[in-house]
Design a protein around this ligand. Structure first.
Ligand code: TEU
Ligand code: CA
Length: 546
């Protein structure tokens, strides 16, 4: 495997709307991000994945772009974006811009042109089909955000495809002019000094519409290779593709060295495994460690020598890590630290979602009107019409709604958690008085300092970056443990994923170890006997002495 500069880097994801408001309008902005770069530098991260800040009508909070080369007024200006890039770089932090090119906003000039008529030069920048015989949508493809995935253009009587909201028309990647326009825009952003791209639903751009194959279409990898060669492949950039459909085999196609495609992908097996087979995310299955271990092991093993894993528990579309995989009550701190150790001791690039480093939790607003996410709001309406009860839908939103991750970043215990001096665009989680950055920085053993140690460890110990993964204690019902091996070095990572203490009996091969405890949030363990008493949500990583 070729080593890359970013292999020991950790990425911090910023959802700009909710990160920090610098002008009192209740909406996070670039000025707010700039004001917090020292905080991020203190955490030690080297890359920021910046969710979209481009001009947008904000139908999907910026994932509906109307101008790829201007900044949304509520987020700031291009000049501020240049300042952010420069100020970040001065702190050895590189910006990954969010590239959303499966679709645009319906206010993008390309789409406004396309609406002017069937013979407009931009018409086939998008995907049009004739109405069905009954005048309805061409087929029964369903949008991820509710309703048909086809919207009628009254003027022409044709329908256009939109896999997300009807204000997010899908681009036609069968059209070489689309490639050229997107590549040119990407190169202009690269020329501004960014570090690379996170690529929104990149697995959808090769869609074969008439066969209703939306993900992993036959041209997908050719399109990505072409994009690589035309843009980021010319430099040492970081690219991560969001691929909800990806299998380990797909991930190797995206990220193996000789593929000249992407650095890595976000896959979601460890997320989808806890969604209901028929109700999806709206009916959450209880966390099952055995299944979780199997999935993580599958991905670690598949990409151990080829390709590269991304590592994450949460993002702006997912519930909060400690609420989903840990304990948001009595053991919030211990479980958040355990999850951090587990993630950062796996092989791949760890992603920290804003607020994860202080153990922010899911939110439970009393009424659906307090929610803002188009996906939750649309599906609430649609599913109630289908007979799902209000209570069932609310429990789905509480468990897996995207707004769980989008409540304002909690900076301190002042009003609105120090996020804004105005009225926040979405409610602040009421627990901000106790869970906030100021409190975390003042508490020596807080979750923040635990993350800071983990980020630093990745730079100090190549075994964390390149060590092979091998699960141990595979059958244990509460403990997820593994070895990382590199040359003569062996690291043992043990995580108690339960709220109960565990008496752990070690196999011969792990007994009588002595070495350096790289990280622990209980009493550090430098030696191992035949058995040990693990505390609730205890983790440790022990580097075996040679
Ligand atoms: O998400 C892709 C996507 O499929 C998710 O929206 C997912 O289906 C859903 O959240 C399940 O919980 C990307 C972006 O991350 C998301 O924020 C955008 O809404 C979406 O694409 C459209 O751009
Ligand atoms: Ca603002």
């Amino acid at each position: 495997m070729k080593t890359k500069w970013w292999h020991n880097a950790v990425v911090y994801q910023i959802y700009p709307r909710s990160f920090m408001d610098s002008n009192g309008d209740g909406i996070g902005d670039i000025g707010g991000i700039i004001s917090k770069l020292d905080y991020l530098h203190q955490l030690g991260i080297n890359l920021i994945w910046l969710s979209p800040v481009y001009r947008s009508p904000m139908d999907d909070n910026g994932y509906d772009i109307s101008d790829y080369e201007d900044i949304a007024a509520e987020f700031g200006t291009l000049a501020q974006m240049d300042t952010l890039i420069a100020q970040a770089k001065a702190r050895d932090i590189h910006i990954l811009m969010d590239l959303v090119v499966n679709h645009t906003s319906d206010e993008h000039p390309w789409f406004l042109e396309a609406l002017k008529g069937k013979d407009n030069p931009y018409r086939d920048f998008y995907i049009w089909r004739k109405a069905a015989a009954d005048g309805g949508p061409p087929n029964d493809f369903h949008s991820y955000f509710g309703g048909s995935g086809w919207a009628l253009d009254e003027a022409s009587g044709d329908y256009y495809l939109h896999q997300f909201s009807k204000r997010q028309p899908d681009l036609n990647w069968d059209n070489p002019r689309v490639h050229a326009e997107v590549h040119a825009m990407m190169n202009r952003w690269l020329a501004k000094g960014i570090g690379g791209f996170r690529m929104d639903v990149i697995d959808l751009i090769g869609k074969e519409v008439d066969r209703q194959i939306m993900a992993n279409g036959k041209n997908l990898h050719a399109l990505i290779r072409q994009m690589n060669r035309a843009t980021f492949g010319k430099g040492d950039y970081v690219t991560v593709g969001e691929a909800w459909s990806a299998s380990p085999e797909d991930a190797l196609l995206y990220s193996a060295d000789d593929r000249e495609e992407l650095s890595m992908v976000f896959q979601f097996d460890h997320i989808k495994q806890f969604w209901d087979e028929t109700e999806g995310k709206w009916r959450s299955k209880p966390f099952d460690l055995a299944g979780f271990k199997t999935v993580i092991d599958k991905w670690q093993t598949a990409l151990s020598h080829q390709g590269w894993n991304s590592l994450f528990w949460s993002n702006h579309d997912l519930p909060r890590a400690v609420s989903k995989f840990g304990d948001e009550g009595e053991f919030r701190e211990a479980s958040a630290k355990m999850l951090a150790t587990a993630l950062h001791c796996l092989k791949g690039t760890p992603y920290i979602y804003q607020g994860e480093e202080i153990g922010m939790t899911n939110v439970r607003f009393d009424t659906v009107d307090e929610y803002r996410d188009i996906e939750s709001l649309n599906l609430y309406q649609e599913r109630l019409q289908q007979g799902v009860s209000h209570e069932d839908m609310m429990s789905g939103i509480y468990a897996n709604g995207r707004d769980n991750a989008r409540t304002p970043m909690q900076w301190d215990s002042s009003e609105n958690a120090g996020f804004t001096t105005g009225t926040p665009w979405i409610g602040v989680n009421p627990n901000y008085r106790d869970i906030n950055v100021a409190a975390a920085l003042a508490q020596p053993d807080s979750i923040f300092w635990h993350y800071q140690k983990l980020v630093a460890l990745r730079k100090q110990h190549p075994i964390l970056v390149y060590g092979d993964f091998q699960q141990v204690l595979t059958e244990h019902p509460q403990v997820f443990a593994w070895l990382r091996t590199l040359g003569d070095d062996t690291l043992l990572v043990v995580n108690n994923f339960s709220r109960e203490p565990v008496t752990l009996h070690l196999p011969e091969s792990l007994q009588n170890w002595h070495g350096e405890c790289l990280i622990s949030h209980y009493t550090p363990r430098h030696t191992l006997a035949a058995s040990l008493e693990l505390q609730p949500y205890e983790s440790f990583a022990l580097l075996k002495g040679r």
